[in-house]
Ligand binder design. Structure first.
Ligand code: SF4
Length: 344
């Protein structure tokens, strides 16, 4: 019989398996605590279980953990990790230290099928979805690494690494269940942000589920014509449908979406672009991050000159928009937003 990865089981299935063996339900809680709280990847370590149960678990299940394969440190403190998966594939995660927090950027897929024109991952194509355990592993491994380096653990998680999280929603949601669960890492969902390129149907689904984590939308253009040019997903999920979905999300969760808008030279950084953005921001309860573009070798776009960047931000400020500017981090190691792409 082929063994199954115990961390791939649906939460209720471990309980059912124990029931079949006439074992008490509290064993599931103990096993879950070993797996998700202590990041254990061996049944031998589970010392509060009987030897017979450990052997039984070992006969049926195994672990297929992700492992840190590469680490690159930027001079600004950003760290890029390459995680090797059980089948040899590689995904990347990044930790970004700020004065009062350390944010981890995690991947949800190997590669990405959405082909955004400004993003290195978009040129890789789609490999496969990550399992919830592989997403959890990125968080647990980066947390342990930064704790060792700086004695501070991760404080925030953003799904802004490789892949579109809403195309792997089931596993992303299950990973947040393990990260936020009391038998897991016990995080507050308020410290987690899922960033999407914009899939209206899935945003409605999250609204109906009244999810507790935050939502960000990679906007980058406030009219359909420009957005179609850089994000093919916009052809089937245009701004009208996204605005409707985001208003529904706010109605159900009372949580404002964060729009991410990356400034690209003479593409989306004119005053007309800024005026369209102001209009859109008035239509959806939202916050705004303006991001400095990180050029990639494959794309035609460059970052806005400082003068244009400031002029754009000033216009927004003068029109009542609170602007959070996100300067690029980890550029020297290709760890900045939109630069993640593995070669293996
Ligand atoms: S920006 Fe996000 S959705 Fe677009 S190609 Fe890159 S990883 Fe995929």
């Amino acid at each position: 019989m082929e063994k199954q990865d115990i961390r791939q089981l649906e939460p209720e299935h471990l309980g059912l398996w124990l029931k079949e063996k006439n074992l008490p339900a509290f064993r599931a809680k103990q096993i879950n605590q070993w797996i998700w709280q202590k990041s254990s990847t061996s049944f031998e370590q589970m010392t509060n279980l009987s030897k017979d149960l450990r052997d039984e678990l070992n006969d049926h299940f195994n672990f297929r953990p992700a492992q840190i394969d590469q680490v690159q440190q930027s001079k600004d403190g950003t760290i890029k990790f390459g995680f090797r998966l059980f089948d040899g594939k590689l995904v990347e995660g990044v930790t970004i230290p700020f004065k009062d927090r350390i944010t981890a950027c995690v991947s949800s897929q190997v590669g990405c099928s959405l082909s955004c024109k400004f993003c290195a991952t978009g040129y890789m194509g789609h490999g496969r979805n990550l399992s919830a355990a592989e997403i959890y592993d990125q968080v647990a491994l980066m947390d342990a690494f930064v704790k060792k380096e700086s004695e501070r653990g991760l404080t925030n998680i953003v799904f802004m690494g490789m892949g579109e999280p809403l195309l792997n929603y089931k596993q992303v949601k299950l990973a947040t269940h393990h990260i936020c669960g009391v038998e897991g890492l016990d995080w507050s969902p308020k410290r987690i942000t899922l960033s999407t390129a914009g899939i209206s149907k899935m945003i409605h689904k999250m609204a109906e589920e009244q999810v507790k984590f935050n939502l960000a939308l990679s906007l980058h253009a406030a009219n359909d014509e420009k957005r179609n040019q850089i994000m093919p997903i916009n052809e089937k999920n245009n701004l009208a449908s996204l605005k409707e979905a985001l208003r529904h999300f706010y109605d159900q969760t009372k949580n404002k979406v964060t729009f991410e808008y990356t400034l690209m030279q003479k593409f989306n950084d004119s005053l007309e672009d800024a005026a369209e953005l102001v209009e859109l921001l008035h239509e959806v309860p939202s916050k705004l991050n303006i991001i400095e573009y990180n050029p990639i070798s494959a794309g035609p776009y460059t970052k806005s000159e400082e003068k244009r960047f400031n002029r754009f931000c000033n216009y927004l400020g003068q029109n009542g928009v609170q602007v959070n500017v996100r300067r690029s981090r980890g550029k020297d190691i290709d760890a900045a937003c939109g630069q993640l792409a593995t070669k293996a």
